[in-house]
Design a protein around this ligand. Structure first.
Ligand code: GRF
Length: 195
């Protein structure tokens, strides 16, 4: 399977996906694409020998479909079978998602269906949750609501701040996403549920 990974920033999840897509893994990375030309993950992808592309969303202003047409055009030559959103911070319209449905994954830093959207760690702390975590799900038309393909949990510790909690969750993302992609690329949609 050919995998394209979409990023917006540091790309730490992308790095872990690249590092594990080797040997008998049923997928190989064909492209790392960012909507931000300054994304730190672009250099990391190049260092790991993976082609990169940038489709800057800013020239398109509020015209999401213009941005998404450019995105589709940039992806097409690489003919990816699977898209992995990894720290990709643009909301995709149903028009873009539809042809990728069943072939596009996202990682979200909460135990969905809890806390779709932003500021998940602050919201978990505000609710005094004792557990928190991350979810890999299939991307559908509704933001952060597709079928769950994996979850990993962390304990919320006394004195946690959004930053300390985010760091603990990020460490679990780096284990969960590669495990889900390996299974998903083999055609198995059984959820990966890490303790
Ligand atoms: C992090 O907040 C992570 O929880 C979420 O996207 C952000 C950046 O991740 N998935 P990455 O380091 O760019 O993969």
């Amino acid at each position: 399977k050919r995998v394209a990974i979409l990023i917006s920033g540091g790309g730490s999840n992308m790095v872990e996906l690249l590092r594990t897509m080797t040997g008998d893994h049923p997928a190989r990375p064909v492209l790392v694409l960012s909507n931000d030309p300054a994304a730190g993950g672009l250099a990391k992808a190049r260092d790991l020998g993976v082609e990169t592309a940038v489709v800057d969303h800013r020239p398109h202003g509020r015209d999401r479909t213009a941005f998404e047409s450019a995105l589709q055009a940039a992806l097409a030559p690489y003919a990816p079978d699977i898209l992995c959103l990894a720290g990709f911070m643009r909301i995709l319209t149903p028009g873009f998602v539809a042809p990728w449905k069943g072939r596009m994954l996202n990682i979200h830093p909460s135990l969905l269906p809890l806390y779709p959207g932003l500021h998940t760690h602050a919201r978990a702390l505000a609710n005094r949750d004792r557990e928190h975590g991350c979810t890999v799900h299939e991307v559908t038309e509704e933001l952060d609501h597709g079928p769950i393909l994996g979850q990993a949990r962390v304990l919320v510790l006394p004195g946690d701040t959004p930053d300390t909690l985010a760091a603990r969750v990020l460490g679990r993302e780096h284990v969960l996403y590669p495990a889900v992609l390996r299974r998903y690329a083999a055609g198995d949609r059984t959820p990966v549920l890490l303790p």
